[in-house]
Design a protein. Structure first.
Length: 316
């Protein structure tokens, strides 16, 4: 399916050096903020108190969040679970207060705002649990990257695998850099979004590389740069349809999903936008600079490898 057809190839690789210089500077800035500011980890990673309460009637989460924020809590998570009358809150550790004292203080503030609230459960998440979750998250991220490398190495040639991994890590580091710079809360849903972006980005790279391989097979007189430009140009319509549809869904979560889905959707939005950019200008450009050629993707025909063939050396 094509939304439109571009008849003349766009010379995208002509500007690859400038655009990748921008990518490199953005990447360095993201790395700097990750080391300088660090991530604002949520309660799942740092430990804290989880409180579940029930209301007699459906409750406005913003009112609950305002009541708890009035106690001096800033990095809190307030969300429904089960029904609109059940609310779960995650509170960071408070100096000089135990988990039980936190629970009592929060319940007093909630009852002052709405008397029809009862405590369902309170639980303390220790720092050790948060440390294990962080380690498990890094392990999951490493396994995904390793799996992608193995998949691309089998599906394509090593130059393409290296190019795709560089582009994918580029996307992940930039997402983390945004969260570090603005000190947005980095939670388990955001980690899930980062893993989703990895898969999303590699899918776009595979589509472009597949079209490059197809073009190499059909157009033997094209140079590698012309092949890359043609492959990207011919997939632009598909890219707009796919990414546009996905972004509309993610944008709806960002605008109407409330605080619970806000950072999850924000990470996906950044990842999708940079995923499009990196698949075209980073992955393809790195593959070009690594010296891809037709022989990297297509096995030579027997007549091309048999010197006794009378047609040996003849052009197709």
């Amino acid at each position: 399916m094509e939304l439109f057809k571009i008849r003349k190839d766009i010379p995208l690789m002509k500007h690859a050096l400038v655009l990748n210089a921008f990518s490199f500077l953005t990447f360095l800035a993201a790395v700097f903020f990750l080391f300088h500011k660090g991530l604002n980890l949520s309660v799942e990673f740092t430990g804290g108190t989880v409180i579940e309460v029930a209301y007699e009637q459906p409750v406005d989460l913003n009112r609950v969040r305002t009541a708890v924020s009035g106690l001096g809590y800033h990095d809190i998570t307030v969300q429904n679970f089960g029904t609109s009358r059940d609310v779960m809150m995650r509170l960071p550790p408070q100096a000089g207060q135990t988990s039980g004292q936190q629970s009592e203080t929060v319940m007093a503030a909630l009852k002052a705002d709405n008397a029809g609230v009862t405590l369902r459960r309170t639980e303390f998440v220790g720092p050790q649990v948060g440390k294990e979750l962080a380690q498990d998250g890094l392990t999951a991220l490493s396994l995904v990257v390793a799996g992608i490398m193995i998949y691309l190495a089998f599906r394509f040639e090593w130059k393409y695998a290296v190019s795709a991994i560089i582009a994918n890590l580029h996307d992940v580091i930039i997402i983390l850099g945004f969260f570090a710079f603005f000190q947005w809360e980095f939670s388990l849903p955001v980690l899930a979004a980062v893993l989703a972006v990895l898969g999303y980005s590699v899918n776009e790279s595979v589509v472009v590389f597949d079209r490059i391989r197809e073009t190499f097979r059909k157009q033997r007189k094209m140079t590698p740069v012309q092949v890359i430009d043609h492959a990207i140009t011919s997939t632009i319509s598909r890219t707009i349809i796919t990414h546009g549809s996905t972004q509309m869904m993610v944008l709806s979560m960002l605008l109407f999903g409330g605080p619970t889905l806000h950072y999850f959707a924000l990470a996906l939005t950044i990842g999708i936008l940079f995923g499009i950019y990196s698949s075209i200008f980073v992955a393809a450009a790195v593959a070009m600079w690594l010296g891809i050629k037709r022989e990297d993707l297509i096995r030579a025909d027997k007549r091309d490898t048999n010197p006794d063939d009378p047609n040996h050396g003849a052009s197709a």
